[in-house]
Structure formats: structure tokens, C-alpha cells
Design a protein around this ligand. Structure first.
Ligand SMILES: NC(=O)c1ccc[n+]([C@@H]2O[C@H](COP(=O)([O-])OP(=O)(O)OC[C@H]3O[C@@H](n4cnc5c(N)ncnc54)[C@H](O)[C@@H]3O)[C@@H](O)[C@H]2O)c1
Ligand SMILES: [Fe+2]
Length: 385
């Protein structure tokens, strides 16, 4: 049998640091872009955040058109509706500015310039045949890691279930991660986007597709988020905490291209589809229950997780230490105000339907360290209610 390769997908050109967004003109010029489509949700446009980009483009004589006709957790149809704007307006590239919703919509629109609609034919792993239009992604949450990830996650219009287009051909050419842009995030948004990034790190770290190099990125990402998320939530002006969480989000997002995720994301997607709850919020509500289920499948890795999360493990056996990781995540969630699934509106009666969808997310479940049956999924949902 052929030995499995160690796969480390190298993402995009990453510009990380305070003030990096101010270099957007330089980023456009390096890609020879004179007119661009800016994809940013309406709150970022009406609230004025977008001026961090447009002021620079105005000053540097780079033309742009702004598209914001989409919602948080964007739908496939919203991205498809924008497919012809670039041709009509004579635009050469795309800037995605915002959280995962804006960046994923931007990636899908860029993809459609060289790959005809409908989008759903590209759902799954590596099904996009051609590289999309030149793309720059600027993250304003920390986060989804979408600025460096190979994914664009969009909601199916009919079922509301999330589908993921995962391909190197939709990677950004330049990813800009500027912690200053996250200073304006209110505490709740900081909390659940930070927990999304932590979930990427933890799921990736124990994934069946993990490897030592990816775990280097994940270790550093988890450590930074664990040590700084509380401060970022309760003292949003703390520059070091904001930088730590954004770096953590970027590192765990980078690694997830190769490591994939697991049962937590698979179980969160059907909940998001039915309850209008934010992606990070649902992941955070499920994470401890999923970890509790997975821990006995890989005690040694979970022991390492406990240490990365700042738990003392000396003198404990592997089993005891592994469950410290779960307790650390529970305490963090409690401290930063993460709700339980029941508080997000999920009730016992809908669990069979949710479990049925979750176990069929093959792309994610295949990476989970323990096989999740329908009954297991029911049990995990119940524990998170
Ligand atoms: N592509 C990937 O790899 C990947 C990974 C994880 C999640 N996702 C997807 O990303 C989406 C969620 O993204 P998100 O959690 O970043 O949230 P989001 O993009 O939906 O934004 C949530 C809200 O926060 C506001 N916001 C964004 N930045 C802000 C800032 N700096 N200050 C104040 N308000 C701000 C937005 O205007 C919006 O109202 C989901 O659709 C999820 O499925 C994608
Ligand atoms: Fe996520």
C-alpha cells in the first residue's frame, strides 16, 4: 500500500501587522489592478470601516465598485447574483473586506469569473478547475481564517445547509491581517469569532489529516488564543491581545487547509442553517461536548491540548490530563459569555434531524479522530443543550 504523504498546503502571500490594511494600494499595484470590486457587508460600509480601504484607494488613484448585497452567512444566490458585475464595470480583481461572510462571498465572486455558475457544482474538495480572478482578502474579524483558507462557505438557498467549496484555486493572492481592524469588534463578536479560531486549532490538531508541521502552526495559534482571548473580549483596546488572537486565527486557519476540521463543524452547520445563530457561537457551544467525546480516542494529543490551553498536567495520567483540555475550554467559554445550544434556540425534538445531516458531512467527519454514529451525534447534541 502506498504511504500517505505529509501534506502542508502553503497559502497565500500574507501581510500581517498593525497598519497592514493601509498598504492596500501597494497590494493592488503588485497584482497590476487598476479597478477592483470591493466585497464588504453593508454594516462595514454604512458604519464607515470600509474607508480604511477606500481612502487609500482614492488617494492612490485606484478605481473601485462596492458590492454589499449579501447577508452574514451568505447564500449561494447572493454570490451568483454578483457574477457579471466585474465584466459590466470593467474590474480586474476582487478585494474582500470583512469577516468570513464578506471574504467567502469575495472568493466565490472571484471564482465565478473563470468558472461558470452554478456554484454548487464546485462544492467539495478540489473541484474548481480554474484559478479565479486576482483576489486580496482583508480580515476584520479574528476569526474564520478565511483570508488564508482554501474554503468559501455558502448557504444552499433551498435547504439553508452550508456547502463548502474547497480548492487551491480560490485562495487569495494576498491576505492582509491587520489587528487594528479588529479593535472595533464588540465583546460578543470578539468572543465567538475567537472561539471559531480556537475550534479550527483544536479540531485541526486532533484531525486524522494532521501532521507535525501543521501542528507547529496549530500549537502556536492555540496558545496565543488561549492566553489572550479573555483580554481581547473584556479589554478590546489591548493591542497585544488583539494581535495574539488575530495571529492565532491566521495560523489555525492556514493549517486547516490541509488538516481539515471535524465533528464540531459538521454538527454546527445544520444548527446555523436553522437558527440564524452565528457560526462561531454554535461551534463554541458544541466544542466541549465534541472534545469530551473525542478525548478518549487520542488521550496523548488531548493531553498536549490541555498544556497548550495553559492547564497544569504534571502528575496526572493521560486520561486525567486529556479531560483537563475539555475543562479549560468550558471555563474559557463560561468566562467570555458563550451560550449553550438550548439558549440559542435548539430543542430536543429537532436533534434527530440535525444529527442526520451532521453525520453525512463526509468531508469533515472523515477527519474526526473518532467515528461519529447517529446515536453519538445525538448524545453530543444533548450534552451541549
Ligand atoms: N472560509 C473559511 O475557511 C471559513 C471558516 C470559518 C467560517 N467561515 C464562514 O464565515 C462566516 C462567519 O464569519 P465571521 O464570524 O467572521 O462573521 P461575519 O463576517 O458574518 O460578520 C459578523 C458581523 O460582524 C460585523 N463585523 C465584521 N468585522 C467587524 C469589526 N471589525 N468591527 C465590528 N463589526 C464587525 C459584520 O459587519 C457582521 O455584521 C460564516 O458564514 C462561516 O461559515 C468560513
Ligand atoms: Fe469555523
Amino acid at each position: 500500500m502506498q504511504k500517505e504523504l505529509t501534506n502542508i498546503m502553503c497559502p497565500t502571500d500574507i501581510w500581517f501587522g498593525r497598519g497592514a490594511a493601509g498598504r492596500i494600494g501597494e497590494a493592488c499595484r503588485s497584482l497590476h489592478l487598476e479597478r477592483v470590486l470591493i466585497v464588504a457587508d453593508k454594516y462595514l460600509v454604512t458604519g464607515g470601516s470600509i474607508r480604511r480601504v477606500t481612502d487609500v484607494l482614492d488617494r492612490e488613484g485606484i478605481g473601485y465598485h462596492i458590492f454589499s448585497e449579501f447577508h452574514p452567512n451568505p447564500a449561494v444566490s447572493e454570490a451568483e447574483a454578483a457574477c457579471s458585475i466585474m465584466r459590466e464595470q470593467g474590474l480586474q480583481g476582487v478585494i474582500g473586506f470583512g469577516g468570513g461572510s464578506s471574504m467567502d462571498t469575495a472568493k466565490a465572486i472571484a471564482m465565478l469569473q473563470t468558472n461558470p455558475p452554478p456554484i454548487d457544482q464546485y462544492a467539495g474538495m478540489h473541484k474548481v478547475p480554474n484559478k479565479g480572478a486576482p483576489t486580496i482578502l482583508i480580515a476584520t474579524t479574528a476569526g474564520t481564517g478565511s483570508e488564508v483558507s482554501i474554503g468559501s462557505i455558502l448557504k444552499d438557498d433551498k435547504t439553508h445547509v452550508k456547502l463548502g467549496v474547497q480548492s487551491k484555486n480560490i485562495l487569495a493572492d494576498i491576505a492582509i491581517a491587520d489587528p487594528e481592524l479588529t479593535f472595533s469588534m464588540p465583546p460578543a463578536l470578539t468572543a465567538y469569532t475567537g472561539m471559531d479560531a480556537l475550534t479550527h486549532g483544536i479540531e485541526g490538531y486532533v484531525s486524522r489529516f494532521g501532521n507535525d508541521v501543521l501542528r507547529l502552526l496549530q500549537r502556536e495559534g492555540i496558545r496565543r488564543i488561549a492566553r489572550s482571548l479573555r483580554t481581547a473580549v473584556f479589554n478590546g483596546g489591548d493591542e497585544q491581545a488583539r494581535e495574539d488572537v488575530m495571529m492565532g486565527s491566521m495560523l489555525t486557519g492556514w493549517a486547516m487547509a490541509s488538516s481539515r476540521l471535524g465533528a464540531c463543524h459538521a454538527m454546527a452547520y445544520p444548527v446555523e442553517a436553522r437558527h440564524e445563530a452565528a457560526h462561531g457561537e454554535v461551534n463554541a457551544a458544541l466544542l466541549p461536548a465534541v472534545m469530551r467525546f473525542n478525548a478518549i480516542g487520542d488521550l496523548k494529543r488531548f493531553r498536549e491540548l490541555a498544556e497548550l490551553l495553559g492547564e497544569p498536567t504534571e502528575g496526572l495520567n493521560d486520561r486525567q490530563a486529556a479531560f483537563r483540555a475539555v475543562e479549560a475550554v468550558e471555563r474559557l467559554s463560561e468566562d467570555i459569555g458563550i451560550k449553550r445550544l438550548g439558549q440559542l434556540g435548539v430543542c430536543e425534538e429537532e436533534l434527530p434531524e440535525l444529527a442526520d445531516i451532521a453525520v453525512n458531512y463526509e468531508r469533515l467527519m472523515v477527519a474526526n479522530p473518532r467515528k461519529v454514529s447517529f446515536d453519538d451525534a445525538m448524545e453530543i447534541y444533548r450534552n451541549a443543550l
